[in-house]
Structures are given as structure tokens and as C-alpha cells.
Design a protein around this ligand. Structure first.
Ligand code: ADE
Length: 419
């Protein structure tokens, strides 16, 4: 039986316990797993998963397997893999896993190909690298493919581009578009885990610091509120006028990066776009400024530009690289410019991944039933699934809510009553 490619199989027992610990905060996914064990809704399916290999992801993969699926997994980022979790999945859970923290780009793509080698019926992505590889070089797999799911904003953007150009070859469910995903994972998950990753890497005191955040989507909103909560002066940079206005009215200073560059002690990019912080901005930064990225790809900081304008580079401490510019100024880069929350920390807490991954599991079940009726398009998660996840989460928290009375239902569906 194929085991996969992991750093060290002897870490498996350690991984088992950490996966168990995460499960305690994932009641919705565990309820789904319990039903999956009985009903086996994914029986006969091969699901290829390209996700951050973390304790939370392990609980999702175990749930898919409990539902009857045959599962293979690889990392969705070369630096986010938790090696003990990869070992536990490969050697104890018998889910072939191809993921090694710090793997080279060529090994990363070799791992993606190893997942595709078992001819999946579904692809599950976080960032769209698996499905892109199918589209670029493994088109023969499309024949047997029912559909795919995508976890994150960046991946959905890539897939919508494929759809617009009429190049998308099978239906995909954009899990990110579920309310129970982006309102919680992106906002509270990224909000907390980004700060956590930065603090673990630096032990910085945020109180009194000027923190420049680029991008005021759900992730940016989350990080801004947490940084402010810890006493930072938050500056937001944006390109979208409505989001910029929202940030202003949420009480943050908003300005172009050209202006913010000289003010920030700490810079965090969360835009999904390329080269948000570039050469001209690095030149304006304060001595000792810290820069990091919390967007999916490591393209938001112009790292090549930073390298070229530096005369010296050294690793000052784990995850903190010091760049000395030609003018003698020092700039500190965290986690090689990759997702700071997953590289320098453990990623989002299990409690939010519970809802994100409940969406993933139920999206697979939905695709198994309905894929043949879907077009080659990007679909949202059906509302009924989204709301059911919210209900289950509330129930698990012991929180009841009101229901509409018959009178209220009638009122809401009528037009006659007015002033
Ligand atoms: N993305 C962000 N945090 C994550 C986590 N803990 N597990 C998997 N994917 C994630």
C-alpha cells in the first residue's frame, strides 16, 4: 500500500495526539463523521486533496475516509506542513500523504502529481494548485472527474478566471463563499492566527506599534480588529473605494502605501495580489521594520526586489530573516513571505476550521449526488448546507435561537401592510 512521502514516520504517535486535541474543537465535523460512518455517502469515490497538512485538515480527511472515500493528500504550501500530522495520516490513518515541511518547489509539484496518480473523482484544493495541474498537464483525468471544491479566496479567483475564459473543465464548489466559511475562518481565523504567527516569530509588543495592513477584505478586517484590540495603531491600505471607506468608518487611518511605508513598524499583506509592497516602499521604511504576508501566495511582497536591493541577508532567529539594504537599513522578513499564520504558527484554530471543513465534507457529499446535473462552473455552497452548519455550530455551543411565529412568517411574506 502507498504510504506517501513524509519527513519522519516516527512522528506519527505525536501527530495522533495533536489531531485528537484539535477534534475536541470540531464538534460539527465530528457529527458529520458519525453520520458518514453509518451512511457511507462517499463510498466508491477517490478524493484527491491539496490542503495545508494540519491537525484540522487531518480531521477532515478522517471524516472523508469515514464516509467511504479513498483519500490521498498533499500540501497546498511547501512550508505549512505539520510533519507529525503528515506521518500520522500516512502511517496510522492509512491515508497516503505527500507532504514535507520545507519541500522544494519541484518536490511540491511531484507530490501533487502523486495525488493525481490515483485518478481522483474529485479534487479538493486550497489555492487551486491541484485542479490547475489537472487543467495544465493531466487533462485525461477530466473524464472520470465529478467535480472539485476550493477552500480559499485566492483559489476561487483563479477558478473564476478559468470559468470566464470558458476553460474550466468540471464543476467546482467554492467553499470560501459559504457564510459559515468566510465570515468566520477568514475574519476570526485569520484575525487571530496571523497575530499569533507574528508574535510567535517575534515576541513583539503590539501595544503602541503602528501596524500597516494591506487589504480590507474579511481577512484584513479580522487582523485589523485583533491588532487594535492589542493596542496597535492600525493603518489600512486599499485599492477598493468601498472597502477603504469601510475601514475609515471602522476607525482606521487609510492612506496609500507610499505614505504608510514610512510610518509602519509592522506590515502585513492580505490582498491576494502581487507586489503590494515593492522596492520603492522598502526604501521608505523605518530602520528595523518587520514585513510579512498572510495572503495565500508568497507574491504580495516583492521578495526578488528586496533581495536585489540588499547587500546582506542572515537568519536572525527561526522565521526572522534580516535584510540589510545598500544604505545600511535593516528590514526583517517573517516566514520567507509565505502565509505567516501557518508558517510561524499552527494556522487557524480548530473551532473555525470546524465550519470550513464541515462545508468541505458536505460539498463532497453534494457533488457525489448532483455533479452530473452541474455545468462547468464555479458554484457556491447550497444555502441549506450553509445554514445547517450554522445551526449545528450553535447547538454545539449550547446556544438556542428564536423561531418565527406563524404571524411573523405571514407578515414577512406579504406586501399589504405599510405605514
Ligand atoms: N488554513 C488556515 N488555517 C488552517 C488550518 N489550521 N488547517 C488547514 N488549513 C488552514
Amino acid at each position: 500500500m502507498v504510504k506517501g512521502d513524509v519527513r519522519n514516520p516516527s512522528l506519527a504517535a505525536f501527530g495522533d495526539k495533536r489531531i485528537e486535541w484539535a477534534a475536541k474543537e470540531m464538534p460539527v465535523l465530528l457529527l458529520i463523521r458519525k453520520r458518514f460512518v453509518k451512511e457511507k455517502p462517499l463510498q466508491g469515490l477517490r478524493i484527491g486533496c491539496c490542503l495545508h497538512i494540519t491537525t484540522e485538515t487531518a480531521n477532515l480527511l478522517l471524516t472523508l475516509k469515514a464516509g467511504g472515500a479513498e483519500v490521498r493528500a498533499c500540501a497546498s504550501n511547501p512550508l505549512s506542513t505539520q510533519d507529525d500530522v503528515a506521518a500520522s495520516l500516512a502511517y496510522h490513518a492509512h491515508i497516503p500523504t505527500f507532504a514535507v515541511c520545507g519541500e522544494s518547489s519541484s518536490r511540491y509539484y511531484a507530490h501533487i502529481r502523486s495525488v493525481l496518480a490515483f485518478k481522483p473523482h474529485m479534487t479538493m484544493d486550497d489555492g487551486a494548485d491541484l485542479i490547475s495541474t489537472v487543467h495544465k498537464e493531466k487533462r485525461s483525468l477530466v473524464q472520470g472527474m465529478l467535480g472539485g471544491t476550493e477552500e480559499t479566496t485566492t483559489g476561487v479567483v483563479r477558478l473564476k478566471s478559468l470559468e470566464r475564459k470558458h476553460l474550466l473543465l468540471y464543476p467546482v464548489i467554492a467553499v470560501n463563499e459559504a457564510d459559515t466559511k468566510h465570515l468566520f475562518d477568514n475574519r476570526y481565523g485569520t484575525g487571530q492566527s496571523t497575530i499569533d504567527g507574528i508574535l510567535r516569530a517575534t515576541n513583539l509588543l503590539l501595544a503602541g506599534k503602528t501596524v500597516v495592513l494591506s487589504g480590507y477584505g474579511w481577512c484584513g478586517r479580522g487582523v485589523a480588529s485583533r491588532a487594535r484590540g492589542m493596542g496597535a495603531n492600525v493603518v489600512v491600505t486599499e485599492v477598493h473605494p468601498v472597502r477603504a471607506l469601510e475601514a475609515v468608518m471602522d476607525g482606521y487611518r487609510v492612506m496609500p502605501m507610499r505614505q504608510a511605508a514610512s510610518l509602519g513598524d509592522l506590515f502585513v499583506t492580505l490582498t491576494g495580489d502581487i507586489h503590494v509592497i515593492r522596492k520603492e516602499h522598502f526604501l521608505l521604511m523605518k530602520e528595523g521594520a518587520i514585513v510579512c504576508n498572510a495572503g495565500h501566495f508568497n507574491v504580495e511582497l516583492d521578495l526578488e526586489g528586496l533581495r536585489k536591493m540588499s547587500r546582506k541577508r542572515r537568519l536572525l532567529k527561526e522565521f526572522v530573516e534580516e535584510y540589510t539594504l545598500r544604505n545600511g537599513k535593516k528590514i526583517h522578513l517573517l516566514g520567507e513571505g509565505r502565509l505567516v499564520n501557518l508558517v510561524c504558527g499552527d494556522g487557524h484554530p480548530a473551532s473555525v476550521m470546524d465550519m470550513s471543513f464541515a462545508n468541505q465534507a458536505l460539498a463532497c457529499e453534494y457533488l457525489k449526488k448532483h455533479a452530473r446535473t452541474l455545468g462547468k462552473k464555479v458554484y457556491g455552497v447550497p444555502k441549506a448546507i450553509d445554514e445547517n452548519i450554522a445551526r449545528l455550530k450553535l447547538k454545539s455551543l449550547g446556544i438556542g435561537i428564536d423561531t418565527l411565529t406563524p404571524e411573523q412568517k405571514t407578515y414577512l411574506s406579504s406586501w399589504e401592510s405599510g405605514t
